[in-house]
Design a protein around this ligand. Structure first.
Ligand code: R2B
Ligand code: URA
Length: 297
């Protein structure tokens, strides 16, 4: 039986209205959300990714792939919020989340409330991103299993009311299995693997780079750290995985993190922009086929 998602906040029950501030979406009556249901009730998949331009490209790509009738350029439905971009193509929305879990957190809380008010049935949240690989060929697509934080723990840690709160950070096995089964094809010309992911709060020191504005460790320390990550099954490093896994796991909503490696961190720190565009398209293929499979169900 399909289900609307249940949020984990009893205070919402007592709120007659709700303004999703950063999305600039108003819910004037939380007990009668028929307008929001009309606009977003058919949404089955919420694709998220760092930049607005990549999410627009993804929306256009998925629109064609899924044969969505409306062939006009998708419009940013949250432009008034001036923070994030949201494009809707049929039963899929593509939303930008910025860099790192702090910007992602803001939009993810609001998206979870949006799909709740819209009564979306069994929505699936996906992140389509870029990352640094560890010991894998650049251009490989990694589907996250367990998400580690920058302390090399398979959990997410945040400060709430002045206290350290630690939450588990795993993605559902069924989602990983289906993304691997339906997303990749042997003739794609790139590898798709599942592996653990480290989500850090800092691109430079947090990821063991020696090319930031501050670095107080040696190149040897860095390599030792990267090998330690590899020993933990970590195959890629980005900046959102542990947060994303922990929030979706807490709410009990299905989610997956699909990232393309832009470089092999065992070979260096600098991101080479040359192949970036070609590589960034790879998760589109994977996610597109996975969504086609989901919508057939
Ligand atoms: C990958 O790329 C971004 C940093 O360049 C960040 O959002 C991430 O996780
Ligand atoms: N994004 C990251 O967070 N790290 C990388 O090395 C590349 C992209």
């Amino acid at each position: 039986m399909s289900q609307n998602i249940q949020l984990k906040n009893p205070h919402l029950e007592g709120m007659p209205s709700d303004y999703l501030y950063h999305l600039a979406i108003n819910v004037p009556d939380t007990k009668n959300t028929s307008d929001i249901q009309k606009q977003f009730g058919d949404v089955r998949v919420i694709c998220t990714g760092g930049t607005a331009i990549r999410m627009l490209e993804l929306a256009k790509y998925l629109g064609k792939l899924l044969g969505v009738q409306d062939t006009s350029e998708p419009v940013d439905m949250c432009a008034k919020g001036h923070r994030y971009a949201l494009y809707k193509v049929g039963p899929v929305i593509c939303v930008s989340h910025g860099v790192g879990s702090s910007t992602f957190s803001v939009v993810l809380h609001e998206l979870l409330k949006l799909v709740h008010y819209a009564r979306c049935q069994d929505p699936i949240f996906l992140r389509i991103g870029t990352c640094g690989g560890i010991g894998v060929t650049p251009g490989t697509v990694v589907v996250t299993k367990d998400a580690f934080n920058g302390l090399l723990r398979n959990e997410h840690e945040i400060a709430i009311l002045g206290e350290r709160v630690v939450r588990p950070a795993q993605f559902p096995e069924s989602v990983i299995k289906d993304i691997l089964a339906y997303g990749g094809r042997p003739d794609d010309g790139f590898q798709i693997i599942s592996g653990n992911t480290m989500g850090t709060d800092c691109f430079y020191e947090g990821q063991g780079r020696t090319d930031g504005a501050i670095c107080e460790y040696t190149a040897e320390d860095k390599m030792k750290f990267l090998h330690k990550c590899h020993d933990l099954g970590i195959r890629n490093i980005e900046m959102e995985a542990s947060f994303f896994a922990s929030v979706t796991q807490k709410i009990g909503v299905k989610a997956g993190d699909i990232c393309v490696t832009l470089l092999n961190r065992l070979d260096g720190d600098q991101v080479n922009a040359e192949k970036k565009e070609e590589f960034e398209h790879r998760p589109f293929l994977v996610v597109g086929r996975y969504i086609q499979h989901l919508l057939k169900k």
